[in-house]
Write a protein that binds this ligand. Structure first.
Ligand SMILES: [Zn+2]
Length: 265
């Protein structure tokens, strides 16, 4: 018998904190998590593991960032409206992030002049911030709902087609079963291969577009940023298509929210 065991990252929620989100470009609510490295048997972790760090995940854009829990008064157990969460967990947020918040306000109002030398790092930044999320996604196999539908379709056809063939052409029933099996397996494998592409289109492209929108990025600027990341071995550089980001940038900007904190997921 083969026993599957090893180490895996285990994330445990500590509660909610307020902080600045460089993707949303404003203060936001975050889920603060402890990250441990624990042993596992058949991917069932044994405890919360040795501490390797903390991360905060934005409730608005779902992007995880490294976190220093020492900067907060302590995480709130319940998600409160942003103003309350700031007062409760990070009352110095406005002071600590003053320069950045001022810059973002000027950017939104179009009253800041960005030199051509300053644009490349500003364009690159959202891609770099989302790179760890992409690396994590592609480190393991993820199956999405399309793979589930393809598999369910295969199972249904393996039941239906032979039943029909036994009635209309019994001598061809075995051939039909093999044909459906082969075609179905190929369809499932194709859907598995497309999972990464769908993840990039659904989870990454809209978030990059949201972060880049105030900078009004040109196609060449985004291509250059992705080339740079590809050269340095970031998967986001190979997997993300500029055309997918542009598709979102062409859509009207989402209306600003009145309440910044979302309900817990
Ligand atoms: Zn965010």
């Amino acid at each position: 018998m083969i026993i599957v065991w090893g180490k895996k990252h285990v994330r445990r929620s500590l509660g909610y904190v307020a902080d600045f989100c460089p993707i949303c470009r404003r203060p936001s609510a975050f889920n603060l998590r402890r990250v441990g490295l624990a042993g596992h048997v058949y991917y069932i972790s044994l405890g919360e593991g040795d501490l390797v760090g903390h991360e905060r995940t934005c409730k608005r854009c779902d992007t995880p960032f490294e976190a220093d829990p020492g900067r907060y008064r302590g995480p709130a157990k319940k998600l409160a409206p942003l103003k309350e969460l700031i007062a409760q967990t990070f009352p110095d947020l406005g002071t600590v992030w003053r320069e950045r918040i001022e810059f973002e306000n000027q950017l939104q109002q179009g009253s800041v002049a960005i030199s051509s030398a300053d644009r490349p790092p500003l364009i690159l930044s959202p891609f770099l911030l989302l790179s760890p999320k992409v690396e994590r996604q592609f480190a393991t196999t993820h199956l999405d709902k399309e793979v589930g539908f393809a598999f369910a379709g295969l199972m249904a056809m393996l039941y239906i087609v032979p039943a029909i063939m036994h009635k209309v052409a019994p001598d061809k029933a075995d051939d039909a079963f093999l044909f459906v099996l082969l075609a179905g397996v190929l369809l499932v494998l194709w859907q598995v291969a497309m999972t990464g592409r769908r993840f990039m289109r659904r989870e990454i492209a809209p978030v990059v577009a949201q972060a880049l929108r105030p900078l009004k990025p040109r196609t060449s600027e985004m291509s250059r940023a992705l080339d740079e990341l590809r050269k340095h071995g970031h998967k986001i550089g190979r997997k993300l298509k500029v055309s997918d980001i542009e598709a979102h940038l062409k859509q009207p900007a989402p209306r600003p929210e009145t309440s910044t904190a979302k309900a817990p997921r």
